[in-house]
Design a protein around this ligand. Structure first.
Ligand code: ZN
Ligand code: ZN
Length: 555
């Protein structure tokens, strides 16, 4: 047997995560079948991750799908497991690179279509709408949307059957036996899949660090009902704009206590419209627009609004600053934060809490009462799913490295024989066993910067970060054909302490004087001498080196 034959993986089913194994967000998992240089690919989810404070001006981060885009004739389709941003938010940005058909449930299709319309792509993208429970085939992949429970309508796990083996891609899920909306988790089907023999479970890791079982949406609904019943004046509830179950629970509490429902925030209005098109919230009655808030008696209002993560332009942030054009709260009113603060957003959220405290408004958060539950499985839920499915291999996904590792260890402790932790860019052979990493490809990140997509590494955010620490000095210098100064050196600074200009100018002057005339013929050398001198002078006085840009003009 020659070496080539030995490493021939033509019969493998592989998994290539391009996002989601190493971070929570920008989920994008590619399953491949066929010879290594000519695989057919199925993409599962294409989501965003929100930008971090360390990347100024970057609100959205995308996975780099150039590896698959470069081989797009072999991409049989993109399947979306549910409508959360971290699973479908990147489609409108990246579909032009992929140009493949898209498959999702009705609610996800509604949310996706809004995004495609905004991007002017709604006529171009072929979206196939399939109900939970549907079976369909794409190339070598036989697929099934298996209903699970989560925190958005119509969440699905994806059963992927190939000649090489069977994988269940869990999507985002929890075990909620009393969901507020939807068909619930298809426990019977999941048990049947386990009974028939499952090779690999690729599984949500988000809450693996938490013991026990997460509370049900029904428990949260009951808590919200109690709080609203006891509230003497206005009640505002802020939650994730996409959380239709929670919106439904809030509306039920309003109806039970004779309150009108006012909706504030475009994202929430969009979700409600999408939900109604798909048959949800039909019994919820009419909702009022924010303009009508001021005409209602305090004990007749329930306000539902966006901004639970502290987004500064969202409704609750503006209400807390008393800057909302139509809505203001008063002492005695109550705001329920029916959400969890996503790590990284703590400062923004506590700013809102403080602003509300200044207005003498009471707040309830999930620290004080069961006004929120996660949509992801804790340890006992994971254990239950493992019991139903009894997979040969567990591959953790949807997690930071610590979550992935923790789920691999937990699965091993539950008796799953094999675990494998691939990272973004790894090509992991799943079937036939044993599972292992067989190759690696490029998997990076892209930044959405305004209307443009730019590289994350060495893109504009990197330079902005630098500027945010040290400011900038702009120098312009004009030299005549004898390499003499024609006029004075001009210097503009931004983001530097005041009073440095004269010394920096002197440094520039001296740098030029000590540059011999023959060397002054080279713009680069002149610029570099001045740049170095100014940075050194700033360091001596200030202890920091600014960014320096020098323009050399020839007159
Ligand atoms: Zn989700
Ligand atoms: Zn997710």
């Amino acid at each position: 047997m020659n070496a080539k034959k030995k490493f021939d993986h033509s019969n493998d089913l592989v998994l290539l995560p391009l996002g989601g194994t190493g971070e929570i967000g920008m989920n994008c998992y590619c399953y491949g079948v066929g010879p290594a240089d000519d695989r057919q690919w199925l993409m599962v989810d294409l989501g965003v991750k929100f930008g971090e404070a360390t990347d100024p001006g970057i609100d959205v981060v995308l996975p780099d799908v150039s590896f698959i885009a470069g081989d797009r004739r072999n991409l049989v389709g993109l399947v979306l497991t549910h409508a959360h941003e971290d699973h479908l938010g990147a489609v409108a940005w990246l579909w032009p690179q992929l140009r493949c058909p898209v498959y999702c449930t009705p609610f996800a299709a509604q949310i996706l279509n809004l995004k495609l319309k905004e991007a002017g792509l709604d006529e171009e993208v072929e979206v196939h709408v399939l109900a939970q429970g549907s079976r369909f085939s794409l190339g070598p992949f036989d697929l099934e949307f298996v209903a699970v429970t989560h925190s958005i309508p119509e969440p699905t796990a994806l059963l992927i059957e190939t000649r090489q083996g069977k994988v269940l891609h869990s999507g985002d899920w929890k075990i909620d036996r009393t969901p507020v909306l939807g068909v619930g988790m298809d426990e019977k089907r999941l048990r049947d899949i386990g009974e028939a023999g499952l090779d690999v479970l690729v599984c949500d890791s988000t809450n693996v660090l938490r013991e026990g079982h997460s509370p049900s949406e029904a428990d949260v609904a009951a808590t919200i009902m109690d709080i609203v019943r006891q509230a003497p004046a206005r009640v505002a509830i802020t939650t994730f704009a996409s959380h239709v179950d929670r919106i439904s629970s809030a509306v039920k509490a309003a109806r039970a206590t004779g309150r009108e429902v006012v909706i504030a925030g475009r994202a929430m209005r969009n979700t409600i419209e999408a939900a109604r098109v798909c048959g949800y919230l039909r019994e919820a009655g009419e909702f009022l627009d924010e303009e009508e808030f001021g005409y209602l008696p305090p004990d007749k209002i329930l306000l539902l609004c966006t901004g639970s993560q502290g987004e500064p332009r969202a409704a609750i942030a503006r209400i807390a600053e008393d800057q909302h054009p139509h809505i203001s709260l008063e002492p005695g009113d109550l705001v329920i934060f029916s959400s969890k603060t996503i790590p990284g957003n703590e400062k923004e959220v506590s700013r809102i809490h403080n602003n509300l405290a200044r207005l003498d408004i009471d707040i309830v958060t999930s620290d004080e009462a069961l006004v929120h539950t996660s949509g992801h499985p804790r340890q006992e839920e994971l254990r239950t799913l493992y019991d139903w499915l009894r997979p040969r291999v567990l591959v953790p996904m949807h997690g930071e490295p610590r979550h992935l590792r923790a789920q691999a260890k937990f699965a091993a402790s539950c008796g799953i024989a094999e675990t494998l932790i691939p990272r973004d860019g790894h090509i992991a052979k799943l079937c036939p066993g044993p599972a292992r990493i067989v190759d690696e490809t490029h998997a990076g990140r892209l930044h959405v910067d305004g209307r443009l997509i730019v590289p994350a590494e060495d893109g504009p955010a990197k330079q902005r970060r630098k500027l945010s620490f040290v400011g900038i000095v702009l120098v312009s210098i004009a030299l005549d054909d004898k390499q003499q100064l024609a006029g004075e050196i001009k210097l503009i600074t931004d983001g530097l302490p005041a009073g440095l200009d004269d010394e920096l100018l002197d440094a520039a002057d001296q740098a030029l004087s000590s540059t011999p005339k023959p060397r002054r013929k080279d713009d680069e050398q002149v610029a570099e001498a001045i740049r170095t001198a100014i940075r050194r002078a700033a360091d001596t006085i200030w202890g920091k080196k600014p960014v320096v840009k020098v323009a050399v003009l020839r007159v």
